[in-house]
Design a protein around this ligand. Structure first.
Ligand SMILES: [Ca+2]
Length: 303
């Protein structure tokens, strides 16, 4: 073997080691995040820490009673990519529409609806809300964008190509998160209760209380339908609950505190508050209030 061949063999070994090491660190990171979620997320919503052995009991039909079921699973995640995000954006809602990305931002006098260039971190077009409206959740219904407001009791409907407001509808109470899916429009108001609106007349047709092992999960905020479940960001935390739309039971938890804490200079208010799911790639795009980055992630089942 000549010297070049020896060098290539040597290089390949180094490369293999690097790949193996990267894989190890990625797995270690995922495991750490999962361990954090195991402890942090239900407690962020006021639950007691999980009792030692509770999971094992619940998974054993002979020992565990049906009252212990179902115990949510805990998701790990993998970061696929990172993109720039406007640190001036007090993110309240995020949604994809035909591959395009739209964001709703809040704060009195600063609220907006924007279409973004994800790769460049650039605002492609935006409309500003009046100083009397605080922007909240955002979704797509029948090819139109629907944006909630916090305290105005009004949702605005926009044409996505022009961001021209074409209609609006009223609702009672506060508006926090909104998502459309399964022929329904589901709305959160910061409590543990989700409201389902008729998509024609926007009357409330159903209410659903979200629970984890009978404990009500208050603070439900940004919402997203994905893979038949409702995902809700729990304010003021970096936790996301996966919810059964039929029963309201929490099926899983994802803790993105690791992403929040990896960004310097964030205030306590700068929690996770934007989730958009791409059903084709099964990737999530997440960000938070005034975060400098978007993160494209995939979820990993761990239990
Ligand atoms: Ca969303």
């Amino acid at each position: 073997m000549d010297s070049i061949g020896s060098f290539c063999l040597f290089s390949n070994k180094i490369w293999c080691c690097l790949v193996l090491l990267c894989g190890f660190f990625e797995k270690a990171t995922a495991a750490t995040e999962t361990a954090a979620a195991y402890a942090a997320c239900p407690q962020a919503s006021g639950m007691q820490p999980e009792v030692k052995g509770e999971r094992a009991l619940a998974s054993n039909d002979k020992l565990g009673g049906p009252e212990l079921k179902p115990i949510p699973q805990y998701y790990g995640y993998r970061v696929i990519a990172r993109y720039p995000h406007d640190v001036g954006a007090f993110t309240e809602g995020l949604t994809f529409y035909n591959g395009r990305l739209f964001e709703s931002t809040g704060q009195w006098g600063q609220s907006s609806l924007r279409e973004l260039d994800l790769q460049q971190g650039r605002i492609k077009q935006q409309v500003k809300l009046s100083r009397y409206d605080f922007g909240e959740g955002l979704t797509v219904l029948n090819n139109y964008l629907v944006q909630l407001t916090w305290k105005s009791g009004e949702a605005f409907i926009y044409q996505p190509d022009t961001l021209k407001q074409v209609s609006q509808f009223g609702y009672e109470g506060e508006g926090w998160g909104v998502a459309a899916g399964n022929g329904q429009l589901v709305v959160s108001n910061g409590s543990a209760q989700l409201q389902f609106f008729d998509t024609e007349n926007f009357n409330v047709v159903r209410r659903l209380t979200v629970t984890d092992r009978k404990h009500e999960i208050a603070g439900l905020n940004e919402l997203e339908f994905a893979e038949g479940a409702i995902f809700a960001n729990v304010w003021p935390s970096n936790c996301i609950a996966e919810i059964d739309p039929a029963t309201g039971q929490v099926l899983g938890w994802l803790d993105l505190a690791g992403l929040a804490h990896s960004q310097k200079g964030l205030s306590e208010m700068s929690v996770l508050n934007g989730m958009a799911y791409n059903a084709e790639t099964k990737h999530w795009l997440v960000t938070g209030k005034n975060w400098p980055y978007f993160y494209e992630i995939t979820l990993q089942r761990t239990y």
